[in-house]
Design a protein around this ligand. Structure first.
Ligand SMILES: C[S@@+](CC[C@H](N)C(=O)[O-])C[C@H]1O[C@@H](n2cnc3c(N)ncnc32)[C@H](O)[C@@H]1O
Length: 303
């Protein structure tokens, strides 16, 4: 039974709330079954994603595959295993952009970078380690790299910069690594930045080598329970991803990201996210709108 089926059952059973409840309950059970199958057989774990967005997107895959219910879609997956990847690509929403939240990057330049770089210099340290945890097609990590290039200016070469950029979507990672964007992708950038950090490439815009070589792309699933791949990070971006996850998964993820940060370390969630209470208790808030936090070294404690 699909979401649409539930809606129509709803209208049929207007006068029979007991029937409606049974329909919704059974729909939820089949959806859980489907998500369990996608996890066990497809290797993608969407079990703790928020149901609303998930169901809206799933319904579009049902439409695209000509299946009329979650049950039919489950059978379709058995005969078309390539659908797992398509579904995963479809459920992981790729909307992004260079300097997507200008305010967040402005605050990063004003609040985080001066303090971070000064601390490093005082410690006689020259490494800067960043992680863009859901990097999509690369716009976010390249924006971080461009900001660092602008901020450090002719001192850029004095630092050993690593921007790790991970995502679950392998196709997006391939595009990110290629670093070539359409005119539309870069049109919102100030012309100065476009000219300085991109080169024209077959009608598109390719990120210049000096920026690309700061970024390392790899695959990582944020729902994974294996240990985080990076530690001792100076600054971490986790933007526009928590909103799609249920609270329990948000908590687990944030605790993992907190562990990955050095002390001091900065966590940037951006304007769209709402941090969980247990995170707020552990970190100092530097900017409430851009949701920029500084790790103050407390143990994470029980969630
Ligand atoms: C809306 S985009 C946000 C991209 C970028 N962070 C930004 O703020 O513009 C969400 C990204 O999260 C990625 N994503 C979704 N689920 C994920 C998971 N379990 N692990 C890693 N990345 C995931 C998607 O592939 C997509 O690139």
């Amino acid at each position: 039974m699909s979401f649409h089926d539930t809606i129509s059952t709803k209208s049929i059973a207007k006068s029979r709330p007991d029937i409606e409840n049974i329909a919704i309950e059974s729909n939820t059970k089949v959806l859980n079954l489907l998500l369990e199958k996608v996890y066990l057989e497809g290797g993608y774990d969407f079990r703790d994603y928020k149901r609303g967005t998930l169901m809206r997107r799933l319904d579009r895959r049902l439409y695209a595959t000509g299946t009329k219910s979650y049950l039919e879609y489950i059978q379709f997956l058995d005969t078309h295993p390539e659908e797992y990847g398509r579904l995963a690509n479809y459920l992981t929403i790729l909307v992004s952009g260079f300097f997507r939240s200008p305010y967040t990057f402005q605050q990063m330049a004003g609040l985080v970078l001066p303090e971070l770089v000064l601390t490093k210099v005082n410690q006689g340290e020259h490494s800067l380690r960043f992680w863009s945890t859901a990097c999509g097609r690369g716009e976010e990590p390249y924006s971080i790299a461009i900001l660092l290039a602008q901020f450090l200016g002719d001192k850029l070469g004095d630092f050993d910069i690593q921007i790790y950029a991970t995502d679950i979507n392998r196709q997006a990672l391939r595009e990110a690594e290629a670093g070539v964007y359409s005119r539309k992708d870069v049109e919102s950038l100030p012309p100065g930045i476009r000219e300085r950090y991109f080169v024209r490439n077959n009608g598109g815009y390719e990120v210049r080598t000096e920026i690309r070589q700061m970024v390392r792309f790899s695959h990582f699933d944020l729902t994974s329970t294996i240990k985080q791949p990076f530690t001792d990070l100076d600054c971490l971006f986790c933007c526009n991803i928590l909103i799609y996850l249920q609270e329990q998964l948000q908590k687990r993820l944030l605790s993992m990201l907190y562990e990955a940060l050095a002390i001091p370390g900065y966590l940037i969630l951006g304007e769209a996210e709402v941090p969980t209470k247990n995170l707020r208790e552990k970190v100092k808030c530097l900017d409430v709108k851009a949701r920029i936090y500084k790790k103050n070294g407390e143990e994470w404690g029980i969630i």
